[in-house]
Design a protein around this ligand. Structure first.
Ligand code: AAL
Length: 427
């Protein structure tokens, strides 16, 4: 009898404790305020400047994982403004000349220099799906049968095309079909151009190519070939087994951090389910060897590579592909990236100017302008790309509230341009 009574009392106490536990989780925790008055800890009207320590939803808690809980105060959030470049001739848009995938500008004395893919062919590209019909005169893609040219500018808007920097080598050297998508490294007073080097028309098996490098003592050249397959392909079955694209070196933590892109989950006979990621390879010598990071890929989304030193880490722009497309990302170690902000109207193939891109800065200052491209400048059958300038406020040395406005309003016509596709209209 006595034991039953004890069990009953213990059961009651346990039930009361469980009830209190449930209720305390499901409603705001009550605490006394400074006057001893009981108040529920509800999220405050005044935005907290750091993460509160009371229970919140994961969405509210996540606000404090960004550089600032308000986008307008987020150093890695910005609008993007665009300006056409002057000085490049596109033959009234007949599709026979194209300029794209600009390198980051570098400033030498008082002049900005850029390098870029230039295609100058008798006819416009016929498309990667017809790569088997490409010839020595008929390009498959916009970057097929291309070479690397360079230009200079005083203001980043008016450019003077200076001429050929890296030409296609003779067959069968890597790049004999096309050299394109360059980027620049300045290291110990010398200049290094890294670029994609095609041995077949892009699209034949896929957009498959390695990366080569050339170097010079002056930004005006002459350029000396320095090596091929600079970024090692992955072994068969590894994500970057077929291509290493968009080579993008910065100097960070005393080494050359070479970020690059590859597309995976696609094969010559099945290319629709592709995925894109970006990897990192490091070196202490610009001609290699480049050692790939064990945690590759380091970015799960994005397309062309865009990185810059920011505070103690590295910031990255991810566009076009992947669940985290249209975001700024940040890695305090240059390797482990997280979303820092979401963006709109992002620059494609963005190549930002940053004075500390190659200075091994211990506290990167960020960016305020750069170049990018538009690959749809032409009309059907006359495809070509143009380069353009973007401006932004992703800089610790700029404070432009207008560039932090989160509303980007387009005229209705911009939306009406995005017409339904045929299957939608046939419904
Ligand atoms: C660009 C880059 C690479 C691709 C092609 C030319 O935007 O991603 O260079 O190979 O498209």
């Amino acid at each position: 009898m006595k034991l039953d009574r004890i069990n009953f009392i213990l059961g009651m106490v346990l039930g009361l404790l469980l009830a209190y536990g449930f209720l305390s989780c499901s409603r705001p925790v009550n605490t006394a305020n400074s006057n001893g008055v009981q108040t529920a800890q509800v999220f405050p009207h005044k935005m907290p400047d750091k993460k509160p320590d009371f229970p919140m939803s994961i969405a509210t808690a996540r606000m404090f994982d960004y550089p600032a809980p308000r986008a307008q105060d987020n150093e890695l959030f910005s609008q993007f403004k665009y300006t056409p470049l002057r000085g490049f001739d596109y033959r009234q848009g007949d599709g026979t000349v194209s300029r794209r995938d600009p390198s980051r500008p570098i400033k030498v004395d008082s002049l900005y220099y850029i390098w870029y893919t230039k295609r100058d062919t008798k006819v416009p590209p016929i498309g990667s799906e017809r790569a088997n019909e490409a010839t020595d005169e008929i390009p498959s893609t916009d970057w097929d049968l291309a070479e690397i040219w360079y230009a200079t500018s005083i203001d980043g808007i008016e450019w003077t095309e200076q001429g050929l920097a890296v030409e296609r080598p003779a067959k069968p050297k890597p790049g004999w079909r096309s050299v394109c998508t360059p980027d620049i490294l300045v290291w110990k007073g010398k200049y290094y151009l890294y670029y994609q080097a095609f041995d077949e028309p892009s699209g034949l098996k896929g957009d498959w190519c390695p990366v080569s490098v050339s170097y010079a003592n002056s930004p005006d050249g002459p350029w000396t070939h320095g090596g091929d397959q600079i970024i090692p392909f992955g072994k068969k079955g590894e994500w970057d087994q077929d291509a290493t694209h968009d080579p993008y070196p910065i100097v960070y933590r005393g080494q050359i951090y070479m970020y690059y892109k590859s597309a995976y989950n696609k094969w010559p006979e099945n290319r629709k389910h592709y995925a894109v990621a970006q990897g990192l390879a490091t070196a202490t010598d610009p001609l290699g060897p480049f050692v790939k990071h064990a945690l590759n890929p380091v970015l799960n989304s994005g397309h062309e590579t865009t990185y810059f030193p920011f505070k103690e880490g590295v910031a990255a722009l991810a566009i076009k592909d992947g669940n985290e497309r249209e975001t700024m990302q940040y890695a305090p170690d240059g390797v482990n990236f997280s979303v820092a902000s979401t963006l709109s109207l992002t620059p494609t193939a963005a190549a930002p100017y940053a004075p500390d891109m190659f200075t091994d800065s211990k506290y990167g200052r960020g960016i305020s302008w750069g170049l990018c491209h538009f690959i749809n400048a032409g009309s059907p059958g006359k495809g070509y790309s143009i380069m353009a300038r973007f401006d932004c406020d992703l800089s610790l040395d700029l404070d432009d509230p207008r560039m932090k406005d989160t509303g980007v309003w387009h005229k209705p016509e911009v939306y009406f341009q995005q017409k339904m596709h045929r299957r939608q209209t046939e419904k």
